[in-house]
Design a protein around this ligand. Structure first.
Ligand code: IPD
Ligand code: CA
Ligand code: CA
Ligand code: CA
Length: 256
């Protein structure tokens, strides 16, 4: 299944790639949440192919109405993660596809067609970037850790969420190497998986932002939890905390 998924996602990547260099009609779903015809185009292409070929799975996708779809044997699609980057020409934007069987992680693929970077993982088989196995970093000194985070769209309207973002940066920034905000949750998780970042946290993400990245990071030897250290549950938990494993407890201590 993974090989076929990759072929289809590479094809869809051509739509994203073409759109990246074209004029985009941007529509606002909410104050900060953008969508373009390319988000919809990539999503429709993937849904059509997946529903033809993987008939045992239902499909949950960002730009679709998912209200009657039960999460069980599911393919979870973010057609363009990092739409703001996509719209503004920042090359960190990716197609993210996570496959779950009976709600359990099975395959994760994150493909950035601008940099032509394909991250993939299947449960028990390791994580790969363009065919080469990747592993998390072995840095265990929090002061040397390069962290990443994201600012939730809700911080534009909800002052509690904005304060939460600021408070966490105030606590973490003096204690680590630095903090990055790249603008794609799917790629952020992959950056921890490849050993570039030691850790990443964010609030208010949706299942499609992280469904693939979680699998890739776990297969690269990392750790993913929620704020209290228990396993992160798609569709349920507010906070995701993802690290190389070595700095996980230090990060939890700081932000819980
Ligand atoms: C967003 C990106 C961003 C994160 C936002 C997400 P989208 O997804 O992953 O990094 O900070 O919370 O919603 O809307 O570009 O698919
Ligand atoms: Ca979006
Ligand atoms: Ca997303
Ligand atoms: Ca998206």
């Amino acid at each position: 299944m993974k090989e076929r998924l990759k072929e289809i996602i590479k094809e869809a990547g051509k739509i994203l790639h073409e759109g990246y260099y074209s004029n985009k009609d941007v529509t606002f779903k909410a104050k900060k949440d953008l969508v373009t015809k390319y988000d919809v185009g990539v999503e429709n292409f993937l849904k059509e192919k997946f529903s033809e070929e993987f008939t045992d799975f239902n499909i949950i996708a960002e730009e679709s109405d998912n209200s009657n779809i039960e999460f069980k044997d599911s393919i979870i699609i973010d057609p363009i993660d990092g739409t703001t980057n996509f719209v503004n020409g920042v090359p960190h934007t990716a197609i993210s596809v996570g496959v779950y069987k009976d709600k359990k992680p099975f395959i994760g693929i994150v493909y950035n067609p601008i940099l032509d970077e394909m991250y993939e993982a299947q449960i028990g088989q390791g994580a790969y970037l363009n065919g080469k196995q990747i592993k998390v970093s072995d840095e265990n000194d929090f002061q040397k850790a390069l962290m990443a985070t994201g600012f939730p769209y809700s911080s534009g309207t909800n002052s509690d969420d904005l304060n939460d973002v600021i408070e966490k940066i105030k606590t973490i920034l003096p204690k680590c190497q630095d903090i990055r905000r790249l603008g794609s949750a799917a790629i952020d998780l992959c950056m921890v998986a490849r050993g570039t970042y030691e850790g990443y946290y964010e609030m208010n993400l949706k299942a499609w932002d992280v469904s693939a990245g979680i699998i890739i990071l776990n297969e690269a030897g990392g750790k993913v939890s929620t704020l209290n250290g228990s396993d992160y549950r798609l569709f349920e938990d507010k906070y995701i905390v993802a690290t190389n494993g070595y700095i996980h407890n230090s990060l939890l201590e700081l932000i819980k």
